[in-house]
Design a protein around this ligand. Structure first.
Ligand SMILES: Cc1cc2nc3c(=O)[nH]c(=O)nc-3n(C[C@H](O)[C@H](O)[C@H](O)COP(=O)(O)O)c2cc1C
Length: 169
């Protein structure tokens, strides 16, 4: 039977959501869920609050719609905040710990930092990811050929090793 995939992301300014949609478009029957966290929405104050919360590692109030336990493989996307994953994503992963069968991670950042973000995401959900993808904000927004190549490589890894996530705790 075909793998049932869910792509979940939080996105404050649209880049991670665009990447999520591109990834999902290549996986047949894939659902998308967007994590919402009102606290960080409001313009400049939202950015300041996000920056402070990423430093203090504050938990965010989050809303999501779909149950990750109904899927074989959940692909989770985050913006990088303060060299780690955004608080709403870490909160979502922690809240749903124990519900994932297999996970993969992707991130969007201006410079880099995805690697630290992935460590934090693994810690939050207690699962090692099948595949990881560290994307640049510009390549995603411009939908550059490099972005397409990165997404395709990620999907190859993910399909080759689906369901080999293991618990780290
Ligand atoms: C509070 C905050 C902290 C950020 N920290 C970093 C960072 O440490 N490293 C980095 O490369 N980009 C950082 N960024 C930039 C975002 O990761 C980047 O623009 C990302 O693509 C935004 O994704 P989104 O449009 O889905 O929200 C930060 C952005 C915000 C709002």
């Amino acid at each position: 039977m075909a793998e049932k995939y869910l792509v979940v992301c939080y996105s404050r300014s649209g880049a991670t959501k665009a990447a999520a949609e591109a990834i999902a478009s290549h996986l047949s029957g894939c659902d998308i869920d967007e994590i919402k966290s009102k606290k960080y929405d409001a313009g400049f104050m939202g950015i300041i609050t996000a920056g402070i919360d990423s430093i203090t590692k504050a938990k965010a109030e989050v809303e999501s719609t779909l149950d990750p336990s109904a899927y074989d493989h959940v692909i989770v996307g985050t913006p990088v905040w303060g060299f780690t994953a955004a608080n709403p994503v870490l909160t979502y992963l922690a809240n749903n710990k124990g519900k994932f069968k297999a996970v993969s991670f992707f991130s969007c950042s201006l410079l880099s930092g995805g690697l630290f973000a992935f460590d934090a995401m693994q810690e939050a959900c207690g699962m090692t990811p099948v595949a990881k993808l560290d994307l640049g904000d510009t390549e995603v927004r411009q939908k550059s050929p490099l972005f397409e190549r990165h997404v395709n490589k990620f999907l190859m890894q993910l399909r080759a090793c689906s369901n080999v996530s293991s618990s780290v705790h």
